[in-house]
Design a protein around this ligand. Structure first.
Ligand code: NG1
Ligand code: ZN
Length: 550
């Protein structure tokens, strides 16, 4: 293909010039920064989506415009691969080069070089499915994306305002539609609600109804979507009330609410008062994370985070596999270094299940979970899912139940697979999974919480001049640079019984994260703030020094 074939690309690119003073990087969650600065990037992601589709023989690629739990003025964009998974890592570099091309001609040059390196057949008609969240900058970015798609004559489907995991699901449905064995479902909102709703009702049928579930939707896209899911399910088994469901007023998205606020601050959303005995959960702004919580009879707040969801799911699956009598069908758990130490001990010592650590970012967990028969993976922040690999499917197909109880367990494993969004962590599907398990066990949130007691933990953020100087190893738990800083962290950790702390640069924000755990709340906070202080002092802290713990 000659450069002149891309005159339309150069012309449309001219409508979306790159801001000269910004360097973009495709990170853990795609591109993410201040919404208004992303127009050129999103236009170019449209071009990349087209090339990615052609490189995958015309399969549909997804593009999601969202910045998840980040503040409202931020926005972001990421690509979704054909099976609904995150973009293959080897293409992330192309995204970064494309986003940073200085001129329209440079855009065309990067495009041509990707076509050449990947041997892309540009005669294939590309297909792209796209959607956005409720952010004020999203319509502008959507228009830029549509220009990118038009420039390469893409056959496009606009899904409008949906959750991130819904888009991942649609992409997988579209690309598996022609395969009887792999068909994932109907690629529509109604199809999504029907699939997950039906699996849920199949699993809970005949059990007592649960009490109402209050859902904090972070004033984001989860609010309208979970209302539609409830309409579709239309059953006392799914009795919900949406809180923080205002997607119209400016400034409300993720503000004092949502899964990230609840997890980081270890408290309920600012606008909510918890009634002891009632059940609550929070989604994040694009509804791919979920955490549960409740107040005990003294009014104290208790969080059931991604680790608790993961252990609940792993326990239930392990017990079902055992009840099904299927030999050598293993359940394993994937965590990150942010997993609470108590959860890791519980998985190893009580559940006796294999557990592995992956780097932060769901794509890393996903790849580890794929290696297990049934791989349960969750980040502590509530982002995760369960995967059944080909080995597990084969074992389920070959199962020869010897009793009605075994047959029921096999049937429930199949139904659970239908209930779970395997393409990516999904707050709505995960919520239905948790609800199913609690209904089947007849458990309250407090009973679920009894499995183990969290170690006190604290997550802090330190703003530094240059976070790229931070390098890590050992699943991001040990710093190799800046030189000497890890020794300082180790010396601080050694002062606190059962202390653990690590430092890593964020992949989604311009900051360094400090995590700490220790036997008591006050030790934990002292450890966290002393490590954060050391990072600030020794590695170019900017702005305010992390407040000393008093
Ligand atoms: P960074 O900013 O790299 O820490 C955060 C979360 C990740 C993941 C990504 C994507 C923590 C500590 N980090 O990454 O787990 O969810 O955002 O959204 O929660
Ligand atoms: Zn999210």
């Amino acid at each position: 293909m000659t450069t002149s074939a891309f005159t339309k690309v150069a012309e449309y690119s001219g409508k979306h010039p790159k801001p000269a003073d910004i360097t973009f990087a495709y990170g853990t969650a795609g591109f993410r920064t201040i919404g208004e600065t992303l127009e050129s990037t999103v236009f170019r992601v449209g071009l990349l989506a087209a090339l990615r589709s052609q490189s995958k023989q015309g399969q549909t690629i997804g593009v999601m415009i969202t910045a998840s739990h980040n503040e409202e003025r931020d926005n972001g964009v990421k690509l979704v691969d054909p099976m609904g998974e995150m973009l293959q890592q080897s293409w992330e570099g192309y995204c970064t080069s494309m986003a940073n091309a200085a001129t329209d001609d440079d855009v065309v040059a990067v495009l041509s070089s990707i076509i050449e390196s990947e041997g892309i057949d540009v005669s294939i008609r590309p297909k792209v499915a796209y959607a956005r969240d409720t952010r004020p900058s999203s319509p502008l970015l959507q228009a830029a994306l549509e220009d990118g798609l038009a420039a390469l004559d893409v056959e496009a489907i606009n899904y409008g305002i949906v959750t991130t995991p819904q888009l991942h699901y649609f992409v997988r449905c579209i690309n598996t539609a022609d395969s009887a064995a792999a068909a994932y479902g109907e690629p529509t909102e109604a199809g999504y609600n029907k699939k997950y709703g039906a699996a849920f009702l199949r699993l809970v049928e005949g059990k007592p109804h649960p009490s109402k579930l209050y859902i904090d939707a972070a004033n984001g896209v989860g609010a309208p979507q979970v209302r539609k899911l409830a309409e579709a399910i239309n059953s006392p088994y799914f009795n919900i009330e949406v809180c923080n469901g205002d997607t119209e007023s400016l400034g409300k998205l993720n503000m004092g609410c949502g899964a990230d606020y609840v997890k980081t601050n270890q408290r309920q959303p600012a606008s909510m008062t918890l009634t002891p005995g009632d059940r609550y959960c929070s989604f994040d702004g694009d509804a791919d994370r979920i955490v549960y919580y409740y107040a005990d009879e003294h009014g104290s707040f208790h969080l059931l985070d991604g680790d608790k969801i993961s252990t609940l799911a792993a326990t239930y699956l392990r017990d079902l596999v055992s009840a099904a009598g299927i030999e050598d069908l293993q359940v394993g758990v994937v965590q990150t270094a942010y997993a609470n130490g108590s959860s890791t001990s519980y998985i190893k010592d009580t559940l006796k299940l294999p557990t592995v650590f992956a780097k932060t970012g769901v794509k890393h967990l996903h790849h580890e979970a794929e290696k297990m028969h049934i791989g349960v993976y969750f980040e502590a922040n509530g982002h995760g899912t369960v995967l059944f690999n080909a080995g597990a499917i084969a074992k389920l197909r070959e199962a020869k139940p010897q009793s009605p109880a075994q047959a029921d367990a096999v049937e429930r494993l199949w139904a659970l697979r239908d209930l779970i969004n395997e393409s990516v962590g999904d707050a709505m599907s995960d919520m239905l999974l948790v609800e199913t398990i609690l209904i089947c066990k007849g458990w309250t949130l407090a009973q679920w919480d009894e499995a183990y007691t969290d170690m006190p933990s604290r997550l802090l953020k330190v703003v530094v001049n240059d976070r790229t100087i931070f390098k890590t190893t050992n699943a991001e738990q040990t710093l190799t640079a800046p030189k000497g800083l890890q020794d300082v962290v180790d010396a601080l950790v050694a002062k606190f019984p059962r202390g653990r702390s690590f430092v890593r640069p964020s992949g989604t924000e311009d900051a360094v994260r400090v995590y700490a755990e220790a036997a008591t709340r006050s030790d934990c906070d002292q450890l966290a703030y002393s490590v954060a202080g050391a990072v600030f002092d020794k590695a170019g802290g900017r702005g305010e020094r992390p407040a000393e713990f008093i």
